[in-house]
Design a protein around this ligand. Sequence first.
Ligand code: ZN
Length: 152
Amino acid sequence: MAKLKIVKVGDETLRKVCRPVDKITPRILTLLDDMLETMHAADGCGLAAPQVGILRRIAVVQVEENGEVYELINPKIIAYSGTQEDIEGCLSVPGKHGTVVRPMHVTVRALNRHGETVDINASGLLARAFCHEIDHLDGKLYIDIATNIERN
Ligand code: ZN
């Protein structure tokens, strides 16, 4: 495994729409491993491929240190309901946080590393993390929709 460099806001990579993964190759699996290691090293709860300079529809999420690791390939939000408002930050926007409104519940459909389609129901912080990471795959950052962005 290798720790990857995290791209910061201002880099055009973060504004591109990522391409879907059509085949889960050993390279993709290595990328997932490296993204997890990078996320853990940065003490983050999610990381999307464009944040490490790779324009593919891949994200990893883990909202608690001992919580479940979600590896999402080609993720899509197929259902959502409710709203929640809370503080959000991003490893690509260091030193800042802001208030963002997100759905309270989402269902995400994605491929896992074995190429199986999985539907994941999430609420609260996990739903927020999924929305944040899937936005990255479309070139969107939380600072585009946050209110009162502040320094940490
Ligand atoms: Zn982010």
